[in-house]
Design a protein. Structure first.
Length: 306
């Protein structure tokens, strides 16, 4: 399927992905960032701030930013690294994939520049495959060390999920796990709750997480199912009211309709020797919570009985 490349009103090139059932996704070359994912009913599944800045070199608040080679302020680079602030290219030599009529794919690549080497002196190639099928959005990142020496890096796909009301949402699959609490100087705690619910600011990195996590939105009767590989950690973030007011590119009330649940490699940075490669995987899908008795059993989603 040929790549549908258009220029939006801000002049930022974007790729439009569509599939026969009617769902769609939009991907910017700036940041290699997915900025829209709509289901077959044209409902937007990703959050995008109304105050988002669409002018480089600012990062865009919403969608799925790529965090590389640093997550958050876990290092000396700019917040979340520089990959989300760079123009990527279409990859002219992507890995082969099984051709299927019902999927739409774009392959992007980011290579280190002289400017990047001044702040992070490691030569790399970062590829990202974005694939859309009915009800499913898949991102496959791929990092190769093109340097003559080893380097380590962090990586995350920061998923801004669109939700009805943060107080009506819970996250299943992270219970009993250890996490770093960024609101407590990264002190390490163990999750005691049966599920994560929200009644205030949350900024945590859960460690050694399972490959499948469910984000249940009671009001919308919709559950996001997140599957991943190669990304052992899971960051969960909602700024709540006071922090939201302090973030220039976030509306004061936006915190109510967004939740970040990020697939990440933070605690143990990935180490690559020269010519070595690392590959991650993330798949986002949605299931209705209104089937069967009208109540979603999240364990069916998490443990494969759905």
């Amino acid at each position: 399927m040929p790549v549908n490349l258009v220029h939006d009103a801000d002049g930022l090139p974007r790729i439009i992905l569509t599939e026969p059932m009617g769902s769609s996704a939009e991907v910017l070359l700036y940041g290699g960032q997915v900025v829209s994912w709509k289901n077959e009913r044209k409902e937007e599944l990703l959050f995008m701030s109304n105050k988002a800045t669409w002018k480089p070199p600012k990062a865009i608040r919403g969608g799925i930013p790529v965090c590389f080679p640093q997550f958050g302020n876990f290092g000396s680079l700019e917040q979340h690294g520089f990959a989300r602030n760079r123009f990527w290219s279409l990859d002219n030599s992507p890995e082969p994939f099984g051709h299927a009529n019902n999927q739409s794919i774009v392959d992007l690549v980011l290579k280190s520049t002289d400017e990047d080497l001044k702040t992070w002196p490691h030569s790399f190639e970062l590829k990202l495959r974005i694939s859309l099928t009915a009800g499913k959005l898949t991102l496959i990142p791929h990092v190769r060390n093109t340097d003559k020496k080893s380097f380590s890096f962090m990586f995350a796909l920061r998923n801004y999920l669109s939700i009805s009301d943060i107080s009506e949402v819970r996250v299943e699959g992270l219970e009993t796990l250890d996490y770093f609490d960024n609101l407590m100087q990264r002190e390490r705690f163990t999750e005691q709750a049966d599920a994560i619910t929200f009644d205030g600011e949350v900024d945590r990195v859960y460690l050694s997480t399972p490959s499948k996590i469910a984000i249940i939105d009671h009001e919308k009767k919709r559950t996001f199912v997140l599957r991943k590989a190669g990304l052992p950690d899971e960051a969960v973030w909602n700024p709540w009211d006071k922090k939201a007011k302090a973030i220039p590119d976030l509306g004061d009330e936006d915190y109510k309709n967004m939740l970040c649940v990020d697939s990440a490699a933070v605690e143990a940075p990935i180490v690559l020797k020269p010519s070595e490669e690392w590959k991650g995987y993330q798949e986002l899908s949605t299931v209705s919570s209104s089937y069967c008795s009208g109540q979603l059993d999240p364990r069916k989603v998490l443990y494969g009985f759905s």
